[in-house]
Ligand binder design. Structure first.
Ligand code: NAD
Ligand code: ZN
Ligand code: ZN
Length: 381
């Protein structure tokens, strides 16, 4: 890092701050964060708007306030903290940032199970902090501001270097924001949760930002059939372009009947649930074949339960395999590569772009189910 580059980092920045659930996101000036040991500072190019944020904005999932949300980012490294000598990261590199930020030191991380990292849950998800137990964000008066993952809805974000992956020049930086959550979560669900095998049959229940990516990753991993299920025909129509072999509107059709008809009376080997409500759990379990695996990735709005038919699950040897994010250090580079190779179509998934000042409008659109695929905040707008 040369002094020239350091001086290019302004002392303050704009960020979308959540102070209370009624008011929602408001643009504020914060101190530009600076990286500590094992962290990098990125100038954010874009940040995806994920349904998980809606739970936090609305207060259904508890999180300390004030906070900066935004956990799906792309950008350029502008500063390296100490302790990055062996990270291979450099100032000026374009990167994608994964929402699941492994500490790299706990037992789960040592076993390669980044998605189970203890400090990630205890410090970041519960307290909005990084792994030294402090936040990098503060107002100009010095009031601490919590970080949901890296706090990507801001012009700059500090990210642990475990959670950034360089992207090649061919990658389109604005839509690349979705790689770190929507695409990585889909990869984790297919590769880790389901451990999908070539020739298996698949259903994806709820084809929003994450579900769309599950459709394409499942097909890329050799699913023979991919049946997309949603309640909105507009969300279903483009699914054929992502590799779906059939679509079912579960509000106008009986999903179980349709899926059994499409699979020769068997049901699917793997069903993915990507919304997190009891109704989608029911659908995902109803379409399963004997011996099938149901992989839920949807997060409920707080503590929720779903009905599981006991005897069918037992007698038909069906499994429920929850899947959260992915193993960031191994899987985010694979996701970036799949995007660079054209296997994951990340560009078309991004259907709407908002300036940072209009982030709240983006979440309103998401809440009102008006977003096809993913919306992103584009920092250049
Ligand atoms: N496990 C993880 O690591 C992880 C990561 C990211 C997001 N999530 C969760 O995944 C879920 C999906 O996130 P997203 O950003 O893709 O959401 P989204 O808002 O983009 O998509 C939701 C989709 O659900 C559809 N839908 C609504 N009601 C339905 C119903 N009854 N049956 C079928 N489909 C229905 C909508 O039409 C829409 O297409 C959320 O719960 C989010 O919190 C989990
Ligand atoms: Zn997300
Ligand atoms: Zn860890």
């Amino acid at each position: 890092m040369t002094s020239d580059e350091t001086t290019q980092i302004p002392p303050t920045m704009q960020a979308a701050v959540l102070r209370d659930h009624k008011t929602g996101l408001q643009i504020e000036t914060l101190r530009t964060p600076r990286p500590k040991s094992g962290e990098v500072l990125i100038k954010v190019a874009a940040c995806g708007l994920c349904h998980s944020d809606l739970h936090v904005i609305g207060g259904a999932i508890a999180f300390p306030l004030p906070a900066v949300l935004g956990h799906e980012v792309s950008g350029t490294i502008v500063e390296l903290g100490p302790g990055n000598e062996h990270s291979g990261l450099e100032v000026g590199q374009s990167v994608a940032g994964g929402f699941l930020m492994p500490c790299g030191q706990c037992d789960a991380c040592a076993a390669g199970r980044d998605e189970l990292c203890g400090p990630f849950f205890e410090l970041n998800r519960l307290k909005g902090l990084l792994y030294d137990g402090t936040t990098r964000l503060a107002t100009t008066e010095g009031e601490p501001v919590a970080m949901y993952s890296m706090g990507g809805l801001a012009q700059y974000a500090v990210v642990p270097s475990t959670s950034v992956t360089p992207v090649p020049e061919s990658i389109d930086m604005v839509p690349a924001a979705i790689l770190g959550c929507a695409a990585m979560t889909a990869y984790g669900a297919v590769r880790r949760g389901a451990d999908l095998r070539y020739g298996e049959t698949v259903a994806v229940v709820a084809t929003g930002g994450v579900g769309t990516n599950i459709v394409q990753v499942a097909r890329a991993f050799g699913a023979r059939q991919v049946i997309a299920i949603d309640v909105d025909d507009d969300k279903l129509a483009p699914m054929f372009d992502y590799g779906a072999t059939a679509v079912v509107n579960s509000s106008t059709h009986d999903a179980r009947e349709e899926v059994f008809r499409l699979t020769g009376g068997k049901g699917v080997d793997v069903s993915f649930e990507a919304l997190g409500i009891p109704a989608t759990w029911t659908t995902a379990l109803d379409v399963l074949a004997d011996g099938g695996r149901m992989v839920p990735i949807g997060l409920g709005a707080g503590v929720q339960t779903a009905g599981v038919e006991i005897n069918r699950t037992v007698r038909r040897s069906q499994s429920i395999l929850g899947s959260y994010g992915a193993r960031t250090r191994q899987d985010l580079p694979a996701v970036v590569d799949l995007a660079a190779q054209g296997v994951i179509n990340y560009r078309d998934v991004v259907s709407r772009r908002f300036p940072l000042q209009e982030a709240r409008l983006g979440y309103e659109a998401l809440h009102n189910r008006e977003v096809q695929g993913r919306a992103v905040v584009d920092m250049s707008l």
